[in-house]
Design a protein around this ligand. Sequence first.
Ligand SMILES: [Zn+2]
Length: 439
Amino acid sequence: MNSRNLLHPQIETLSMRDLSVLQEEKWRQQWDYVISRSPFYREKFAGATGTTPTLDDIRALPLTDKEELRKSQETEPPLGNYVACPPEDVNRIHHTSGTTGRALLIANTRRDLEVIARLGARGFFAAGLRPSDRVVHCLNYQLWTGGVTDHMSLEGTGAAVIPYGVGGTRRLIETIRHQRVTAISCTPSYPATLEQTLREAFDLEPRQLGLRLALFGGEAGLDSQRFRDTMEDKWGFRVRNANFGLSEVMSIIASQCEETNDLHCIAGDALFIELLDPRTGERLGIEDGISGELVCTHLEKACQPLIRYRTRDVVTVTGAGPCRCGRTGFRFRVTGRTDDMFNVRGVNVFPTAIHKVIVEHPDIASGHFRIVLAGPGPYERIRLRVEAAADLPRERWDGAARALENAIRGAIGASAAIEMLAFETLPRTEGKTSIIERG
Ligand SMILES: [Zn+2]
């Protein structure tokens, strides 16, 4: 371990035992603060407010979900009655980027913003960003936290940050070349646009741009080793998912270090994390191989503190002990969302896991497919309609279906029944179409 690779070694290398002591200490203060200041929680936990529960005890408290926060903001606009600080302490207000439902307003105090930036910086530093870097931040600065809040986290590493935002690809390329920029923070899909402009307007190859590090937010493609390898090979930069979080909880909760492709939880001194069995809601131990829904409790938050907040993200723990990088925070992969999980003979199946298998077979499948769920389940097998690759002859469809069924059984542990469809049978409308068909 080399502590120069850690931004906050005294926190990032704490043993589980020392971390729990720190967490309990912060929690006692936070609980008193929330119960005395947040009307929402005073009401929600009426009857449980006599003595301070330990972090172990809180498993008995009801969960908080996003719908409750939305309702709270509707009834007491604009910020909701879960706000615990005086109005004059609010220092920055964002919107969630929410793809489902109405956006939430995310408000923070000066102190909250310092905590968010400190943790975010820890995440970007873990992913390899250093004070010697110059980084262009190419996310949208309008309303949502990806812009200015992530910008402050990038600055927290000591790197020089260029606030770029979205669009203006030609000028971005000029900026990168002129200022000898070494790192880019953007969405995983943006380099494709950058590449096109590089070739067309500058007659340059991606590698000639000289970027050494790409910091990406958590889109699904990042979990695919093939996707990352292809991109690293083309650009000569290191691909890191530096940005797993939720704006209502903490912009950056976890980030990849330089030693592993799994996400490190880096937020232990500001968040208490529980993993809950997606079916029973029972708390699970954080141990290798365990999968559960991520539920977060703020240990330090003044404006919109949350207790036992359901993220709906199901994660699988891939490392509970210390990592080679020296960090002790547990490592995990995001397995899917509880919203679209279904059960096949006792196995929890996520559409993202099926998607991953399908896109790993570009020779036989176009990547477009539908999951057919008849009735409420549980189901006997995964019924899929899968589009054949453009140039796959019809006589090979049967073989392709069997190959995909085998791959799904191997990867997910459930059997599948696949019907092949001709190329371009399924609509290509972006985002709006669900890949689950219920019948
Ligand atoms: Zn590590």
